[in-house]
Design a protein around this ligand. Structure first.
Ligand SMILES: Nc1ncnc2c1ncn2[C@@H]1O[C@H](COP(=O)(O)OP(=O)(O)OP(=O)(O)O)[C@@H](O)[C@H]1O
Ligand SMILES: [Mg+2]
Length: 333
């Protein structure tokens, strides 16, 4: 599968501040990549460079086979983009906004009107279609802006934090729309701070921090960086902590962690739910009283914290290259 989006060595400086620090990225055609990173990581800057809105100081990029820096005009008609802040005309109605986008993309008057109606319907904005946007709520503007990105059915789509500010239902709606588009062959680069969103939508996740990709892989591959499953249990009384630890010492795949204040015992395990069953057996044999027990799998939140928090320093520093996490590479750390 050829890459629909390629960025190589992107650098963008604002005075002393390095917003992009040699960012590399490749998104295969027809797939979804999520850029995941904390505030100020460089997500919006990356999207702005790739959508021709910002010229980088160094590096190169190709989108849909077109050189972003050499041929920005040609590229603009091949991509759709929705920014972090909705870019809609306040004084036009929702319908007029979308119709205008259609005409900018040379869809023709008739088709522009049809497409505007279709998208207003899809984003549940039909009722507000003929009202000026200045009376729209934040979430409505956001949806209108997203609809605008889809008017021309672009083969490559960039969505910067598409669901920030949407209510849960609008968020689920948008996920559906995105999944349909991707099933139809659209390539998507989206940025997000929501792990569940990256988990649900993205084929591949690039974690970025300080203007660089610090890890990439599927959600499962990234979770494996943090480690395997663990059993978390809460004992009934603090004096049960020791007996619980003893009972499970043989089962643990690593060090058992005790949090006396919470009466919590965390046990890393190698065999998931099978070990959970064994653990419950061992605890009841030793007459340890427990209030709660669960198998916990690492979440993308754990990955995010591990990679961008303090622990990430050892993992990432001294290794200028991002780690590409592959199924064949060692992942237990
Ligand atoms: N026009 C600008 N002038 C000066 N600094 C800028 C400008 N645009 C971005 N920056 C800086 O570049 C860095 C990256 O910003 P960017 O907007 O790409 O981050 P982000 O990952 O999108 O963050 P967020 O999650 O808050 O949207 C930040 O430190 C930001 O302050
Ligand atoms: Mg941003």
């Amino acid at each position: 599968m050829p890459d629909a989006i390629v960025a190589e060595g992107l650098v963008k400086r604002y005075g002393q501040l390095v917003a992009l620090d040699g960012l590399d990225l490749a998104v295969p055609e027809g797939t979804v990549t999520a850029l995941l990173g904390p505030n100020g990581a460089g997500k919006t800057t990356t999207v702005r460079v790739l959508t021709t809105l910002l010229i980088p100081d160094e590096g190169s990029a190709t989108v849909a086979g077109i050189d972003v820096l050499r041929d920005p005009q040609a590229l603009r008609s091949r991509i759709g983009a929705s920014g972090q802040y909705a870019a809609v005309d306040e004084y036009l109605t929702g319908f007029e906004n979308l119709e205008m986008v259609g005409r900018l993309y040379h869809l023709g008057t008739q088709r522009s009107k049809e497409r505007a109606r279709e998208l207003l319907d899809r984003f549940r904005l039909s009722d507000a279609a003929d009202r000026p946007v200045k009376g729209y709520s934040g979430g409505m503007r956001r949806r209108l802006d997203l609809a605008g990105a889809l008017v021309a059915n672009p083969p490559v789509l960039f969505l910067d934090e598409p669901t920030t500010g949407l209510d849960p239902r609008a968020r689920l709606d948008l996920w559906d729309v995105i999944e349909e588009l991707v099933a139809g062959g659209t390539t998507l680069l989206l940025t997000t701070q929501y792990m569940d969103e990256a988990d649900r939508l993205a084929d591949s996740i690039a974690v970025i921090d300080h203007g660089k990709v610090i890890a990439r892989g599927t959600a499962d591959e990234l979770k494996a960086i943090v480690g395997g499953d663990r059993i978390e249990l809460t004992v009934a009384t603090a004096d049960q902590l020791g007996p619980a630890q003893q009972a499970l010492a043989g089962l643990a795949d690593g060090e058992i962690h005790l949090e006396p204040g919470l009466r919590r015992v965390t046990v890393p395990v190698a065999n998931g739910s099978q070990d959970l069953v064994t653990a419950i057996g061992l605890l009841s044999e030793q007459k340890v009283q427990i209030n709660d027990v669960a198998l916990r799998r690492p979440s993308l939140d754990d990955v995010f914290l591990t990679l961008t928090g303090h622990e990430a320093e050892e993992l990432v520093n001294g290794d200028a290259e991002a780690q590409t996490v592959g199924a064949t590479e060692g992942q237990k750390r």
